[in-house]
Design a protein around this ligand. Sequence first.
Ligand SMILES: [Zn+2]
Length: 867
Amino acid sequence: MSGSTSGHGARRRLYPEQITSAYTQPNAQAGAPPLPSSAGYPPNAAPSQITQAPQFFVPGEAPAAPVPNPGHQRSPASPGYAAQDPMASLSNQFGNMGFSGAHNAGAASALLAGPPEIWTLEQPLPPVVLPPQTAATPHYVPCDGKHMRSTLNCVPNSASLLKKSKLLFGITFTPFKTDDEGESPLPVVHDIVRCRRCRTYLNPYVRFTDGGYKWLCNLCNLKNEVPAFFDYDAYQQVPVDRFQRPELSHSVVEYVAPAQYMSRPPQPPVYVFIIDVSHDAVKNGSIGVMAQAILESLDRIPNTDGRAMVCFITVDSALHFYSLTPEGTEPQMLVVPDLDDPFLPYPNQLLVNLSECRPAIDALLSRLGEMFLGTTATGFALGPALQSAKRLIQHIGGKIIVCHSALPNIKAGALKNREDVKAAGTAKESDLLKPADPFYSSFIQQVLGLQITVDFFVFASGYVDLASLAPLARTSGGSIYMYPGFLSTRPEDVNQVMSEMKRFLSRDNGWEAVFRIRASPGIRFPAYYGHHFLRSTDLLALPNVSPDHCYAADVALENDLAGPVAFFQSALLYTSSNGERRIRVATLALPIVSQVRDLFRGIDQVAVAALLAKKAADRVLSAKLEDARKAVEFKTVDMLNVDRAELGLINGTLGQIPVPRSLNLLPLLTLGILKGDALRSATGVHHPSDLRTAALAQVLTLPPEILQTYLLAKFYPLHELSPEAGLPSDQAPNLTQLPPPLNLSSEKLARHGVFLLYSVTEQYVWMGRDAHPNLLRDLFSVGSYNELTSGPLRLPQLDTDISRRVHAILARLAALTRHAFAPTLQLVKEDAPAQLRSQFHAHLVEDKNMNMMSYQQFLGFIREKMQ
Ligand SMILES: [Zn+2]
């Protein structure tokens, strides 16, 4: 993968308009120069294209052909790479055209039999259809699903209807979502108008009465006075059209909160870094990399008003504090060996203003990597370090960021290595996911209410008992970043940490936040999921709210709902990094329906799967893994096992499962949940409990639009990209178009192919041994398959069409997660080491793998359970 790009830059290669078959053109010589007419990438060698089953099922047509045996495709000699599967390309076109009919009202049922219609995942969400004039102004902007998203885009009018439908009803929220690329910032409102009785914020769905002098609350129907300032802009001193006011024209707005929303002056951003400097951390080089990442992020920490504060504590068998002063550029290290009751030397010089003490901070971070090179200390006293950090910031609040490689093993909070390889698949495996030591749960109790969040960056090569530590992040709104087997000598490992740490420190945070959701009478929220602490029945405490974190709530109906529309309003009260108290309010309106048929038409199956996964992850933390898996299977079968007559579903022939169109991907999504790192059954295969704990945190916090790809990876053939893939879209020139995704099946792998697989926290390029030399040259700048080695891959930026497009696709995929994750790209050659291949194949969830069912077997299981 070295190779020079010279020669490519000199003259731009001509490519055909239809790049679809560019790397697989038949009847051409290997290595031949591109012809102007086809400018192609002729087939390389004698080929092995397997016959693929049809990609989609047309109701009324014969069922799909039996699916060939899954498994890694190694069979030789079948006739010609040229034999492109016409059905596959047709389905791709349909996928591009949004023509699969998933939301086509005329096609109410799908017959599950052949491969799942995975490309329908890319389709827009089912639309919310409200009665006319539900909103006060027709020009309002409805709530984007990235802020608040319901599993149903309508609300059943009674608990009995919801029960009869067996559907999962819940809402997901990403209350502090940052703006996506190309998105306009949220409108800011300075005057707050709320309902006198239910405290709902005025929103696009209120109604004006009494000649415009009163407004009718859309949640509780109380008539409220319209305040005098409402039609007048006090800042510009001009009358305004009230319907242009942001809170009436936008479903998501930010209010600047007045003094009564503060119980104390807004806190400054506070970052305390606890850095493990024991032998494990020295060995893997994480200290220097963390220090460098922090150093390079100092200018990006949100600090516009110069109030941000930082503190550094390094830990091995002793605690080391650093006295930082505005005058000094020589930070003084203060060692505290007494870990039973560690005192804080010079407390005023430990937690310091970032701007004022910058020279000293720079000096410390520049040196930190070398300071402990000679250490042989194997102790890691995390507990005492946490207690000291708490004492330093308990009067302010803030973030405690723990960067460690070792298992906390001495003094308070010392943990033991309890990992048990033999526990895989047994009840004991679930016990390993529960905390072992009471220190951390007691620490949580101490910091609740102090506005302290704990985040983890874990660099371990061995066991660190993350299950005992994770509750700190879970309860305080923190995050967990995992770098198993990290080595600073591997540039790819360093790149990932640098990139994710910089994003983590530079992103905006909401400080000392609380979150509440209100809804129309009769609707309540019996359970919440995500990294938070439930302060009262409906108030979520989020000491620090991350823009990357999503929360979910179950929705229950207490009595019959009146009216044609139900409303949900979320409010996040937080302190911004520049010290403003703000309230972000989002209002969602959903029509109320009285028929099971209407409910099914409104299913958002990605949101359903997200809620299902979050409920399962939550259950693992209190019950057995097996119970959580069973619950997911049960609910999936339950939802699919609808009253077919009620829905007017057509009956399938033997072996098919007639289901509503809106649930056509539920079995696949469920399989993604069951086979993911969080819930995977580990019978016979050891699945480290630390990795499972980190995966549970991902499932609990990722918003549905990202969780979807975490559960079902995006899988693209780079050797036959669709014509528009990797190019800007006509509608949104800033957005790169993604290719239609392939089914997650190893049958799609072809020996002449090169594929990209992206799953949010992992990304791979798979390469067959007969991949075309021209593709290898244009994408990797190498002459042959043998010049590349499996493992971390740095994809060169080449002046070729395919290279530009693939880089554009990778950039777009990173933007989908708002750059929160920067996984290393791994090259998996057809003959890669077994472990790397199995990591890759674990994402092909339609296969029978990891001793778990294939998609077809899972359909059989569902059929059996439905009878
Ligand atoms: Zn009200």
